[in-house]
Design a binder for this molecule. Structure first.
Ligand SMILES: [Zn+2]
Length: 99
C-alpha cells in the first residue's frame, strides 16, 4: 500500500479543508476564521434545517448532531458520503483536485 500512503500525504498537504468544504458544501455559510463552523445542510441525511452539521476548517473533521455522521478528515467525509473505500476516496480526491 505504498502508493496509497504517498497519495494520502499528498492529498492532505494539497487540499486545505477550508477550500474543500467551500467546494463540497454549497449551503455552508461564508466561513470566517478556522476551527469548527456551521457546515450548512448535512449531506449525510435528508436535512432541510441547517444548524446541526459542523465542519472543522482546520482539520477537516465533521460532525452532525442530527444523524450522527462524523469523521476526522476530508477523506472520511468522501468515504462516507460516496460509500467508497479508503483507497477509492483518496483516488477520487486526487482526481477531483487535479493532483
Ligand atoms: Zn446529518
Amino acid at each position: 500500500m505504498k502508493t496509497s500512503l504517498r497519495l494520502l500525504e499528498n492529498v492532505k498537504a494539497y487540499i486545505p479543508p477550508a477550500d474543500f468544504y467551500r467546494a463540497e458544501l454549497p449551503t455552508m455559510p461564508s466561513p470566517r476564521g478556522g476551527g469548527w463552523r456551521d457546515g450548512g445542510l448535512c449531506v449525510f441525511h435528508a436535512d432541510n434545517h441547517a444548524g446541526s452539521f459542523r465542519v472543522n476548517l482546520e482539520t477537516g473533521a465533521f460532525c452532525c448532531f442530527s444523524c450522527g455522521a462524523k469523521g476526522s478528515d476530508i477523506i472520511a467525509f468522501i468515504q462516507q458520503r460516496d460509500g467508497l473505500s479508503f483507497p477509492e476516496a483518496l483516488q477520487q480526491l486526487a482526481d477531483e483536485w487535479g493532483m
